[in-house]
Every structure is written in structure tokens, then in C-alpha cells.
Design a protein around this ligand. Structure first.
Ligand SMILES: NC(=O)C1=CN([C@@H]2O[C@H](COP(=O)(O)OP(=O)(O)OC[C@H]3O[C@@H](n4cnc5c(N)ncnc54)[C@H](O)[C@@H]3O)[C@@H](O)[C@H]2O)C=CC1
Ligand SMILES: O=C(O)C(=O)COP(=O)(O)O
Length: 531
């Protein structure tokens, strides 16, 4: 059945067309995002949800999103999505990090001009027939210092344009080195320095715990007298009350805000103050940007739903379409290795160590890691997937480590997973043959060659005569058909294992019979998702 996507915000219809062209069923309901009851009622039908900023993807919406696999944000900021809840539920969250970057930077520059020259007020006054030529004295931008808070994608474009305007650009961004910031044509400064030196301040950080209220009352008080402040990033970055007071006192000469602490902003403390320019979250609102983000989000979501390729996801490593094709069998293998150990382990896991050998080490290891961890976690939570498993492992304090090495043996490459608990270490290795079928090649250090089946039985025993007969006879007598039988031992008379690939789950009474023979240390039925 074709995947089904809901577009719940005002995206360009280009997105709808792309979904249709890719064979995806799409419902275009551009106002439903604002109606949280309706959205909660219908979201259960969809595999994908394409949004802008009006749709709030809360925990409640996610609780009703029974089939949802991907949320695509046609834009940059994802603060309207409860990402931890989405990850926990295994839903990928992706955005389009570059599609509206230039447009938003241009809006910030436009807002800076608007506030420097009081264009909106002068416009209104002129339309009113007042011709107040002496009232609207402005400030030149040339040679002024622009302080950028957050010089990522948008901040960098702003810096570039500002340099073209002959401004001196300084930037506060703790995650970037002075060299990186210099490459963007700006001088790296601390926040206090920026506050003290900037004639214009523009914000370009996401809304995070660390950036919320970054221009607090205290920070605003430390700005240069006559500063003008532009916010085209997110409401909540600036203390609006404190800013309003400083505008009234004349310490701040002007402010240009596109975003507000509460949106839609129908009432705000900044409204109607002198020299405050406001726009209704128009940063990304150009035809070009909306085409870009709609196209990108629809392509990314379609690729994921149809091929498993992951691009621009915020809660899962990227997997290109090409990687998805080549890595498909290896991702399956990683999942099976994890599932094997997960089903055998009933005590808390402390650490998961993953070794990638040869060909496997050249692949996208972050994605393979997610598949291993997901395989392990599935034993205790069948709904877990590659997105939610790492979250679950982290919550449980499981340490994950990886090692890569060049080809070390007969196989072109393999993956070995070792799980450490308080009681023991357990390991399994596997490879993918040229038929693209995952195989288990080593369990407990014992070499084997076992195809992976949906239903399997794993036993461990001392290497004594009669084991094969007992297993075969017990299965046969109880109508369990064996498709494949693999044996291995570390030495004659030592530790031995058997892995049976059976046509149906081994019934409990049959497991009990095997245990009653006293021949086996372990009799463990296993299930694998081989679809
Ligand atoms: N008004 C609008 O319509 C639009 C607004 N936006 C907003 O702009 C924000 C920035 O977008 P991009 O530049 O694409 O993001 P980005 O991720 O490329 O850049 C953000 C920068 O902020 C920096 N940063 C993070 N924490 C910081 C802190 N505590 N102090 C200073 N800097 C910090 C990061 O290191 C990074 O360099 C988005 O998160 C979104 O909220 C984006 C598009 C349109
Ligand atoms: O991309 C972003 O982060 C934006 O804020 C743009 O929001 P919008 O899609 O115009 O509602």
C-alpha cells in the first residue's frame, strides 16, 4: 500500500505534486495544523506529516500518530516539534536547513534598514498626507558595528551582506572558533563585548534552553545607548518587556521583530512603540524560499518513505539513497545480531561494543550502530526502531563503543557485537554474502555458518554424542519442520552450540521437553524480522 502523507500547513503545492509524482497518497489540509483536536483525530492515518511553523507536534499529537514514520519541516526551526517525544516513538524529524536561509537573512537586512530609517512609520505618515520630512531622521549603516548572535547558516549570510554594506561585523557564537568566524568575515567576541560594542544587534540562534532569553533584561541593560535590535530568529530569545521599557526610556533606539514570544502575535508589549518595526513571521516568506523548502521536504520525505534514505534528519544519522541500497543487507544483519543478543539477555545491559571489520568498516557506522542497538532493544520493546533505540539506550545508561579495523580474516567484512552485563559478556558476529543474505558466522567465539530465519532455536551444550539426534527427533515428533541446522563447537568434547532454522515458532511444550533431557545448558527460541 502506498504511504500516506498529510500536509497540515501552508506549503507550496509543489510539495503535493512531488508526493503524487512519487506515488505517495497525500492529503493537503493547510489549515488543519492550527486545529489541534482535528489533527489529533486524523493523524493516526498517516505515515508522514509535512509542516511549517503553525502545526505544533506535541506529545498528544504523537500519542495518536500510530503509523507516523517521518515529520518533515519545510523550513529550519523545529522548536514546534516535541523532538524527544518523536524520537522515543521512533519518528524521524527532518528539516530543510538551507532552503530559506538566504531569504531569512535578507529579511533581517531589510528589517535593519527599516529600523535604521524608520521606513514603516515614514511610509504611514506619508500615506496620511503629513509630509513629516524632519521627523524621520535615520542612522547610516556604513561603518556601524553589527553584532550577530549565532553565526550559523543564516547569520553567515547576514554577515556577508553586512560586509557588503561596509559594516564592521562582530559575532558571538560559542560553538565556532575565531578562525571559522573570521572566514565568515566577522570577529569572534564574547557576548558582553558584543553588547558593549554593537550599534545593531541581530539574533540568529535557534530557540534552545541556552538561548532562551539570551537578551535578558540584564543583557539589554549592558547594550550601547542607541542600539537597534533585530530579531528574525525566534520569539523567546529577547525579554520583550525589558526591551519595551528600554525603548520607552530611549536607551534602545529601535527594534525590528519578525518573531514573538507568543505566536500568532495579536497583542504584544512591543506593538505601537515608537520605532518598532514588526512583521508576522515573514522571514521565510518569499516565493523562492517556499518553493525550495516545499520541494526539498517532499523529496526528503518521499525518499525516506520509499527507499529508507535519510537526509537532514535531526534525530537519526543520514543515509543516502545509494547507501540505503548498498547498506540494506548490512543494516538487516546489524539488526539480527542485536536481536540475537537482545533475546538472550535478560539482565541490564551495561555496554554494547561493536566491531566493524573490512568492508563493514567502510560503511555509515552511525546508521549501523542504530540498527544494532535497535535490534537489541526490540527484545524488550517491539515498537523500538533505529530512531528511538539510541534514546532508550541512553536513558538506560548503556555505553556504546565502536571499533573499526581492516579486513582481518577470510570474510571481506563482518560485524561483531559484544554485550556486557554485570554477569557476563556475550558476543555474536555476522557477515553478508554476495547473495545479500545476512549470516551468523560466530557465536561465543565458536565458528558457524547460519542463515537467519524468522523462527530459530538456539541451544548450548557440552559436545557429547546424541545431541543432533535428540534435537531432530524431538522436533520431528512434535511436527516442527527444520529448514536448516547448524552446529559448532570450540573443541572436541568442549562447548557446542546448535542453531536451528525452523518453519514455525517452537511450541513451549517442545522447549520444555528439550530442557528436561538435561543435555542442554540453554534452549532459547529466537524470532527475527527477516521481511
Ligand atoms: N523568521 C523566520 O521565518 C525564520 C527563522 N529561523 C530561525 O533562525 C534560526 C537560525 O537558523 P540557522 O542559521 O539556519 O541555524 P544554524 O544552526 O545554521 O545556526 C545557528 C547558530 O546558532 C549558534 N548558537 C547555538 N547556541 C548558541 C548560543 N547559546 N549563543 C550563541 N550562538 C549559539 C550555533 O552555534 C549556530 O552557529 C533557526 O533556528 C530558526 O529558529 C529560520 C528560518 C526562518
Ligand atoms: O524555517 C523556519 O525556522 C521559520 O521560522 C519559517 O517559518 P514558516 O515556515 O514561515 O512558518
Amino acid at each position: 500500500m502506498a504511504p500516506k502523507v498529510l500536509v497540515s500547513d501552508k506549503l507550496s503545492e509543489t510539495a503535493v505534486q512531488i508526493f503524487r509524482d512519487r506515488g505517495i497518497d497525500v492529503d493537503f489540509m493547510p489549515d488543519v495544523g492550527k486545529d489541534k483536536e482535528k489533527l489529533a483525530e486524523i493523524i493516526g492515518q498517516y505515515d508522514g506529516l509535512a509542516i511549517r511553523s503553525a502545526t505544533k507536534v506535541t506529545e498528544t499529537i504523537l500519542a495518536n500518530a500510530h503509523k507516523l514514520k517521518v515529520i518533515g519541516r519545510a523550513g529550519i526551526g523545529t522548536d514546534n516539534i516535541d523532538k524527544p517525544a518523536a524520537s522515543k516513538k521512533g519518528v524521524i524529524v527532518m528539516n530543510t536547513p538551507f532552503g530559506n536561509m538566504v531569504t531569512t537573512a535578507e529579511h533581517a537586512i531589510a528589517m535593519m534598514f527599516a529600523v535604521a530609517r524608520q521606513i514603516p512609520d515614514a511610509n504611514a505618515s506619508t500615506h496620511a498626507g503629513k509630509w513629516e520630512k524632519s521627523k524621520f531622521m535615520g542612522s547610516e549603516l556604513t561603518n556601524k558595528t553589527l553584532g550577530i548572535i549565532g553565526i550559523g547558516n543564516i547569520g553567515s549570510v547576514v554577515a556577508d551582506r553586512a560586509r557588503g554594506l561596509k559594516m564592521k561585523v562582530i559575532a558571538y557564537d560559542p560553538t565556532l572558533s575565531a578562525e571559522k568566524i573570521a572566514e565568515k568575515g566577522a570577529e569572534k567576541v564574547e557576548l558582553d563585548d558584543l553588547l558593549a560594542r554593537a550599534d545593531f544587534i541581530t539574533l540568529h540562534t535557534p530557540l534552545l534552553e541556552a538561548t532562551r532569553n539570551i537578551l535578558s533584561r540584564d543583557a539589554l541593560a549592558r547594550t550601547k545607548k542607541g542600539v537597534r535590535i533585530v530579531n528574525c530568529a525566534r520569539g523567546g530569545l529577547v525579554d520583550e518587556e525589558a526591551l519595551a521599557e528600554l525603548l520607552k526610556s530611549g536607551h534602545v533606539a529601535g527594534a525590528a521583530f519578525d518573531v514573538f514570544s507568543v505566536e500568532p502575535a495579536t497583542d504584544n508589549v512591543l506593538f505601537n512603540l515608537p520605532n518598532v518595526v514588526c512583521t508576522p513571521h515573514l522571514g521565510a516568506a518569499t516565493t523562492e524560499a517556499q518553493e525550495n523548502v516545499a520541494l526539498q521536504v517532499a523529496e526528503q520525505m518521499s525518499n525516506y518513505l520509499l527507499t529508507g534514505a535519510v537526509e537532514n534528519a535531526l534525530n537519526m544519522p543520514s543515509v543516502t539513497a545509494e547507501e540505503a541500497k548498498v547498506m540494506g543487507p548490512w543494516i538487516k544483519l546489524a539488526d539480527h545480531l542485536g536481536a540475537f543478543i537482545g533475546q538472550l539477555t535478560d539482565e541490564p545491559i551495561k555496554a554494547i561494543n561493536i566491531l566493524y571489520d573490512g568492508e563493514a568498516s567502510t560503511m555509515n557506522l552511525e546508521a549501523l550502530n542504530c540498527a544494532v542497538v535497535s535490534g537489541i532493544m526490540k527484545a524488550t520493546n517491539p515498537d523500538v526502531n533505529m530512531v528511538s533505540a539510541p534514546v532508550m539506550a541512553k536513558e538506560r545508561g548503556v555505553q556504546i563503543s565502536t571499533t573499526s579495523q581492516d579486513q582481518s580474516g577470510a570474510f571481506e567484512g563482518y560485524i561483531k557485537v559484544t554485550v556486557v552485563t554485570d554477569k557476563r559478556e556475550r558476543s555474536i558476529a555476522g557477515t553478508v554474502f554476495s547473495d545479500d543474505k545476512p549470516r551468523f558466522i560466530q557465536i561465543k567465539g565458536i565458528n558457524i555458518d547460519a542463515e537467519v530465519g524468522a523462527h530459530m532455536l538456539y541451544t548450548t551444550n557440552k559436545d557429547v554424542p546424541g545431541i543432533i539426534g535428540t534435537l531432530g527427533q524431538t522436533m520431528g515428533e512434535n511436527g516442527v519442520n527444520i529448514a536448516n541446522f547448524t552446529l559448532g563447537r570450540n573443541k572436541a568434547g568442549g562447548d557446542a552450540i546448535a542453531l536451528l532454522y525452523v518453519d514455525a515458532p517452537v511450541p513451549d511444550p517442545v522447549l520444555a521437553k528439550l530442557k528436561d533431557t538435561g543435555l542442554f545448558q540453554q534452549v532459547q527460541p529466537l524470532e527475527f524480522d527477516v521481511a
